[in-house]
Design a binder for this molecule. Structure first.
Ligand SMILES: NC(=O)c1ccc[n+]([C@@H]2O[C@H](COP(=O)([O-])OP(=O)(O)OC[C@H]3O[C@@H](n4cnc5c(N)ncnc54)[C@H](OP(=O)(O)O)[C@@H]3O)[C@@H](O)[C@H]2O)c1
Length: 374
């Protein structure tokens, strides 16, 4: 996205400034960094530039027979690329959470056409606004009513680089309410089925769709209060902060959930710079004119939604570790200093618990919800 691209430019400028007196070993290191940066972000043949040990392609996705998956935002873009791939690899059942029935119909028709009627019948669409936490809790109950196992949870739906808004019902920054908190509510309500699936000897993989735009989160981010969350930071930082929350959340679960449940792996991903509705249409909401740079001029450089799904599919079907931040095709990266800050992650989840509990009290806590995040 715009922020990600700016970050990328910054990275290569720093490399070119350090040109004098480069030794061959550091030159090789710089070349590796450039190659990874291109592989992680751009389309075309870029994935081939990644180191051999970090290669992965959708064709290598293992067979998914018998497995059940939930994909938020699985109706189009990157989420659809991941959903389609899992179905192609014989997934037993797929729940998709999204908003638009028309978009979902298009996805189901595409699956019917390319993978057949029987495969399309494996899809259950659950219309749900992830920013509406009450609806998320009800939807997760519907999932639990329809399956006794859940092997893959892909937390992918999101609001992109768009203007600052507050949710109507709870008055919380919409980027955080949707991209982060809605997914926390969903995951928390699905914990019983995730844990029982793992305790029956299955590997369970949760992947959180983050972004290298997390580097655009303001440096004074503390996740200290709702007032702090509800500041208007501008479109890039508003989005970047919610993506930072995604990485911190994945690492929080890796610290707290995986040790008690070694069969549950939780990782964050960056999909790259991908041609989707978010980067083609939604970007014009905050930047009616400048957005054209991303929607049109940058188009030839972007990954398509298949390439954009590669790191997500890797994190959902292949990875054997927990707490990674995986960039395309399958490159583990550290992320920013803030993305590695465990205290910040603890504070984020403390605030998340306080806000969700306060805003949903009569529908949850008052009715006995234990507010367990892991
Ligand atoms: N594209 C990129 O370059 C890029 C880069 C880095 C990270 N990402 C991340 O990748 C993820 C997928 O984005 P994408 O590029 O594939 O975008 P996309 O094609 O616009 O897809 C977004 C998906 O999220 C769903 N969604 C949006 N708001 C929702 C809500 N309130 N409740 C439930 N579902 C909702 C959409 O469903 P409806 O259409 O039905 O609303 C759609 O299925 C996002 O988390 C994004 O931040 C994208």
């Amino acid at each position: 996205m715009l922020t990600g691209t700016f970050c990328l430019l910054r990275k290569t400028q720093i490399l070119s400034r350090s040109r004098p007196r480069i030794r061959y070993s550091s030159l090789a290191g710089s070349m590796d960094t450039i190659k990874s940066t291109i592989a992680e972000n751009f389309g075309g043949v870029s994935h081939k530039l990644a180191d051999a040990k970090h290669q992965f392609s959708l064709e290598e996705t293992p067979d998914q027979s018998g497995k059940v998956a939930v994909v938020t935002g699985g109706s189009q873009g990157i989420g659809y690329g991941a959903s389609f791939t899992l179905l192609q690899k014989n997934l037993a059942k797929l729940f998709v959470l999204s908003m638009s029935g028309e978009t979902m119909d298009g996805a189901i028709n595409d699956v019917k056409e390319k993978l057949g009627e029987e495969t399309a019948k494996k899809i259950t669409w659950l219309p749900c606004d992830l920013a509406n936490w009450k609806a998320v809790a009800e939807t997760s109950q519907k999932i639990r009513d329809q399956t006794d196992r859940l092997d893959i949870l892909i937390l992918n739906a999101g609001r992109g680089i768009m203007t600052y808004q507050l949710t109507e019902d709870t008055g919380v920054d919409l980027h955080m309410a949707l991209n982060h908190m809605g997914h926390v509510v969903l995951t928390s309500h699905l914990l019983p089925v995730l844990k029982s699936t793992a305790s029956n000897g299955n590997k369970v993989r949760i992947s959180v769709q983050a972004s290298n735009a997390h580097q655009g989160a303001p440096s004074d981010t503390k996740f200290a209060s709702l007032d702090e969350l509800n500041r208007d930071l501008g479109p890039n930082a508003q989005y970047g902060r919610s993506k930072l929350a995604g990485i911190l959340y994945a690492r929080y679960l890796a610290r707290h959930l995986t040790p008690q449940n070694p069969g549950i792996l939780v990782n964050a991903t960056h999909p790259g710079f991908v041609e989707t509705k978010m980067s083609v249409e939604d970007i014009h909401e905050p930047y009616p004119i400048a957005g054209a740079a991303m929607s049109t001029l940058m188009s030839p450089l972007k990954k398509d939604h298949w390439m954009g799904a590669v790191s997500t599919v890797y994190a959902s079907t292949v990875v054997e570790e927990s707490g990674l931040y995986i960039c395309p095709p399958a490159i583990p990266e550290q992320g920013s200093d803030m993305a590695r800050d465990e205290e910040l992650g603890e504070q984020l989840m403390k605030l998340t618990r306080e806000i969700v509990m306060e805003k949903t009290y009569s529908d949850s806590k008052e009715k006995g919800c234990p507010f367990e995040f892991y």
